[in-house]
Design a protein around this ligand. Structure first.
Ligand SMILES: Nc1ncnc2c1ncn2[C@@H]1O[C@H](COP(=O)(O)OP(=O)(O)OP(=O)(O)O)[C@@H](O)[C@H]1O
Ligand SMILES: [Mg+2]
Length: 297
């Protein structure tokens, strides 16, 4: 049975899509069968994986609204072990249709039950809202993963987010757990970033992943090439941080065997063979730590 994760934060632009695409790629590269479902009508995860949004007639809309068999919607990506269910602007109309459906909070869950056994991990890229699509994602999931931007307003809206999580857990899906908190877009030169990291770690304890993702131009550039950053430029420090985070993720949620394999496998070396832009690395700005995993102390 696949483990299902919602990458969720109703705040926009915090790194949900960037995180889910890159973690999915790293874990697929480590040999796990991964399905990434784009649940956002912006279709950023879709285009970020190099899938043409507007040519697709089989999307998350058909999954949620037309009850189409998910097996007929899943697309193989160009990345080994990684499949996707794309999305496009049609999905914007899905909330309206869902409202009138019976068991409207569980439409996705019932659909995913048909395929979850085929994957080791299913990742849901949620839209920046607390609407029915996000609720469907949460009720389908074993874990919620929250990306947070290392900025002044990062913690604003967190109360509302955690409240939604608690409400879903209490009323709709008691198995839902907080899987982890990802700190993104860190600028290690600033006190503010350090303060946010400290505050988040004090609050979430070991739920906060050790690996912190730095702000990096290459991470924001990769989607326009239809590639996850870990393949677009694997030696870039942002990509390296996602490789590290993917490994931390698998170590947290995988089996004992996965953890043993992780200590042996060289993910970066494997990723190297899939890219052509190895020389294209972005230099770290002066004063910025190359090491993206500051200690927890
Ligand atoms: N670590 C980073 N450094 C620099 N830019 C980043 C980083 N992470 C993400 N970005 C850029 O910031 C923007 C928002 O990121 P992303 O799309 O991953 O967030 P999101 O939470 O999925 O947004 P939305 O809520 O709109 O779906 C994108 O342009 C992305 O390329
Ligand atoms: Mg997004």
């Amino acid at each position: 049975m696949g483990k299902i994760f919602s990458f969720f934060n109703q705040k926009g632009g915090v790194g949900k899509t960037t995180s889910v695409i890159n973690i999915a790629t790293v874990i697929a590269n480590l040999g796990k069968k991964v399905l990434l479902i784009d649940l956002d009508s912006q279709g950023n995860a879709t285009s970020g994986l190099g899938i043409e949004k507007n040519e697709n007639e089989s999307t998350a809309y058909q999954l949620l609204v037309e009850n189409t068999d998910p097996k007929t919607i899943i697309k193989k990506t160009t990345i080994e072990n990684l499949w996707a269910i794309p999305s496009n602007a049609h999905l914007a109309g899905a909330e309206m249709h869902l409202i009138s459906q019976e068991k409207r909070e569980f439409v996705l869950r019932e659909q995913l039950e048909k395929i979850s056994v085929e994957f080791d991990y299913i990742f849901l890229d949620c839209p920046p809202s607390l609407g029915l699509i996000s609720i469907n994602a949460l009720t389908s999931s074993s874990y919620v993963v929250i990306p947070l931007q290392c900025e002044y307003y990062a913690l604003e809206g967190l109360g509302q987010l955690l409240n939604t999580y608690q409400l879903v857990k209490k009323n709709l899906s008691s198995n839902l757990e907080l899987g982890g908190v990802i700190l993104t877009m860190a600028d290690f030169r600033t006190n503010l970033t350090q303060q946010v990291i400290e505050e988040v770690r004090n609050y979430f304890k070991d739920k906060a992943f050790q690996t912190v993702i730095p702000r990096s131009v290459k991470l924001s550039e990769a989607p326009s090439f239809g590639k996850p950053a870990v393949l677009y430029d694997p030696h870039n420090r942002g990509a390296q941080a996602y490789v590290e985070l993917g490994r931390e993720f698998l170590s947290r949620f995988g089996s004992d065997e996965d953890r043993q394999n992780l200590s042996r496998q060289e993910t970066v070396a494997n990723l190297d063979t899939q890219t052509t832009t190895a020389q294209n690395s972005e230099p770290a700005p002066a004063g910025e730590q190359a090491q993206t995993t500051p200690s927890n102390t």
